[in-house]
Every structure is written in structure tokens, then in C-alpha cells.
Design a binder for this molecule. Structure first.
Ligand SMILES: Cc1ncc(COP(=O)(O)O)c(C=O)c1O
Length: 397
């Protein structure tokens, strides 16, 4: 049987990392996959995580199964982190929630839920979006369409195009939004634009699904929830996929959550049962360790303060490297104005480099960037930024 199977194409982002690992040139630089690195090029184990793991090891709990929807303490802490502890949706018990294996697991459960309970819905993705979004919804059998998002000429959000598209969406469809740090463009709505998006979605009767993978990486942990809190109006319905891969640097622990915010507590109970049903026949129940770490940190005042400081350090380093890259491009005499990169938010910068230029950077200079021209700014360090700028100069010149 298997000798008839054709090879699948490599994943456009993770495939690049495999090629990077195999590259023997010592000067190689990986700016492709969305993983934070510190100024020495290492993906850190956060100190708050180290301390939480120590406590968990000493408490030596059981390894029995978690419930299908995961640790209830953890999902409650996630809701408070996302919405604020005093939010009306929490007090009104309007939230069905599940601990999921990473943000990707949360998105897949959301996709399965949509397929099960909203069989006529189409999901609308921003153009462009994270390349795994279409894979996930296709695998779950949810039809997809795209809406305009990025105005490449102006390096800004195409808010007019986006609002017009939302206005034309059929009622009952699902609108996928990035909570902050839009991947790949780094361009987010302003608070005023979030209000316009919320108004348009409510008027059209579409269900927002917020992919919230970078809370704390743009302006701050609370500040980055501005869009979510705008959309989560009294009685409003919403899906939210949180990931703690980046902001807790827990990538390989696979820790995330899905929240379905329903109009009433009764509706939330019914949605919870449907959520449990789709999880049961997928991975049955989630892995515990990552969620126990996040729960321990969020529920301890000292660890939480430590975490907030460590998120700020990561955020500040990324923003510092944005400025360093723009300065280095100017110093290397690269033609063009790259100052827009300092306005973009989160880990990524949409550089405007073409596929050919990206390819030359890889072939000639061992610098790995995603084909869309998306640079992982968190892969830049004080010791590689000048070389990156010079090589960009050689391929655009
Ligand atoms: C926009 C977006 N959503 C979701 C994820 C999923 O993150 P994970 O599954 O690693 O938690 C990522 C990771 O790169 C992302 O960029």
C-alpha cells in the first residue's frame, strides 16, 4: 500500500527550519519560524517557569487523566487573564472552555466545533494570514473565504476594505481575527478600529473567532487584550483560542485554551457538552504539565510578577531589534524607507522582500526567511543584525 503514496510537500515554515538545521554553513541565521530567541540566540526557559516546575516536582501529584476539558482552575485563570477578572461574561457563567494542546490544538477543536454545531458556516480568514490557519479549517471540513486586511502600498491595515467585507458576510458565518501581533504582517487594528470591527461584526451577525497567540508581545499583557475586550460585549458570542507557547516560552509543552463565550449560562452549558464531544474523539483529554505550570504562575502573586517582567523583557528586546534593523539598513545604505518596521508589532515584520530576494538570501547568504517576506524579528541579535542588513542590501540592490 505505502509504495503508492506520494510525498506531501514540506510545511512552508517548519520545512525551512529543517533545511536550516541541515545547512552546514557556520554563518547561517534562522529568521523563519516564530520562536523567540534572546540576545545570545537561545530560546529561554523563563525563571518563573523554572520555579513553578520546582514547586510542581516537590508537590509530586498524580499522573491520572485530566477531565476532557482540562484543569478547571487553569481555564478559569485563562479567562481572567484574557478578559480581566471582573468581566461580566465570567460573572454570568457565559464561558464554555477547554484546555487544549497549544493554540493549534485550540484552533482545531474550534474548527471541529464549528463543523459540528454550525454546519452551514464559512470561516473568513484575513488575506494574508498564518499559513496553518487554512490547513486547520480544511482538515476539519469548514469552508473558507478571505477578507482584505493588509494595504501593502501604505503598509497599513486596509480597514475600509475589511469593514466592507464584514458588512457583506452572510449572517452565521465565522470571522477569524488575530487578537494582537497579526501574523505575518505585524499590523493590528487600533482601539478605535477594533470598535468599528466589533460594530460591523455585530451588525452582520457573524461570530468572531479570536486567535490570541501573542498576548503581551505588542504593548503589554492587558493592553494587548483591547480587541478581545471590545468584542466581548454584554451578551455577545465569541470564540477565543489562547496560546501560551510564546508568552510563557512553553513551546514544546503544548499549552493553550479554547473559550466559547455564549449569550447565556444555559447556552454555555450546551456548548461545553459539544466541546467535550469533539475533544473526546480527538485526543480525549489534554496533557497536564504545561497547564499546571501556567496555572501555578498565574495564581501566585510573586511568580506572576516575575512572569510579567520576563514578558516585558522579551517584548522590549524585540522592539529594540526592530529599531536596530531599521538603523542597520540605513547604515548599510540600503535604498528605501524601512521605518514602517518600527510600527509593526509582535514577533514578525512583513519586510516587503520578494520570493526571489528571500530565495537569494537563503542560497547565497544562509539567511532563512519565510517566502512571504516575513522576518522573525526575535531571531535578530546584536551580533547578527548588521550582517542581515548588509545581505538584504545585496539582494534588493
Ligand atoms: C497566529 C498564530 N496562531 C496560533 C499559533 C499556534 O501556536 P501553538 O500551537 O504553538 O501554541 C501560532 C504559532 O506560531 C500563530 O502564529
Amino acid at each position: 500500500m505505502f509504495d503508492q503514496v506520494a510525498a506531501a510537500p514540506p510545511d512552508p515554515i517548519l520545512g525551512l527550519t529543517a533545511a536550516f538545521r541541515a545547512d552546514e554553513r557556520p554563518e547561517k541565521i534562522n529568521l523563519s519560524v516564530g520562536v523567540y530567541q534572546d540576545e545570545t540566540g537561545k530560546t529561554p526557559l523563563l525563571e518563573c517557569v523554572r520555579q513553578a516546575e520546582q514547586r510542581l516536582a516537590e508537590a509530586a501529584g498524580t499522573k491520572s487523566y485530566l477531565p476532557i476539558s482540562g484543569l478547571a482552575d487553569y481555564t478559569a485563570a485563562v479567562a481572567e487573564l484574557a478578559l480581566g477578572g471582573d468581566h461580566e461574561a465570567i460573572a454570568g457563567k457565559r464561558i464554555a472552555a477547554a484546555q487544549t494542546p497549544g493554540g493549534t490544538g485550540g484552533l482545531r477543536v474550534a474548527a471541529d466545533l464549528i463543523h459540528a454545531v454550525l454546519p452551514d458556516a464559512t470561516i473568513w480568514l484575513s488575506e494574508p494570514t498564518w499559513p496553518n490557519h487554512p490547513n486547520i479549517f480544511a482538515a476539519a471540513g469548514v469552508p473558507m473565504k478571505t477578507y482584505p486586511y493588509f494595504d501593502a502600498a501604505g503598509d497599513r491595515l486596509d480597514i475600509e476594505g475589511m469593514l466592507a467585507a464584514i458588512g457583506d458576510m452572510p449572517s452565521g458565518d465565522v470571522l477569524l481575527l488575530h487578537g494582537c501581533c497579526h501574523n505575518p504582517t505585524g499590523v493590528d487594528p487600533t482601539p478605535k478600529q477594533w470598535r468599528q470591527i466589533g460594530d460591523a461584526a455585530a451588525a452582520a451577525g457573524v461570530l468572531p473567532l479570536l486567535d490570541f497567540a501573542y498576548q503581551g508581545f505588542a504593548d503589554g499583557i492587558t493592553e494587548d487584550a483591547v480587541g478581545l475586550r471590545e468584542l466581548c460585549r454584554p451578551g455577545a458570542e465569541l470564540l477565543v483560542c489562547s496560546s501560551f507557547s510564546k508568552n510563557f516560552s512553553l513551546y514544546r509543552e503544548r499549552v493553550g485554551a479554547l473559550m466559547a463565550i455564549a449569550p447565556t449560562a444555559e447556552a454555555a452549558c450546551a456548548v461545553q457538552s459539544q466541546l467535550n464531544k469533539v475533544i473526546r474523539c480527538n485526543y480525549s483529554n489534554p496533557p497536564a504539565h504545561g497547564a499546571e505550570i501556567v496555572n501555578t504562575i498565574l495564581r501566585d502573586a510573586a511568580l506572576r510578577q516575575q512572569w510579567e517582567g520576563e514578558v516585558a523583557t522579551m517584548r522590549d528586546r524585540i522592539n529594540g531589534m526592530r529599531h536596530a534593523l531599521v538603523d542597520a539598513l540605513a547604515a548599510a545604505g540600503v535604498p528605501g524607507d524601512y521605518s514602517f518596521m518600527t510600527q509593526q508589532r509582535g514577533m514578525f515584520s512583513f519586510s516587503g522582500l520578494t520570493k526571489d530576494q528571500v530565495n537569494r538570501l537563503k542560497e547565497e547568504f544562509a539567511i532563512y526567511i519565510v517566502g512571504s517576506g516575513r522576518i522573525n524579528v526575535a531571531g535578530l541579535t546584536p551580533s547578527n543584525v548588521e550582517r542581515v542588513a548588509e545581505c538584504i542590501g545585496k539582494v534588493v540592490g
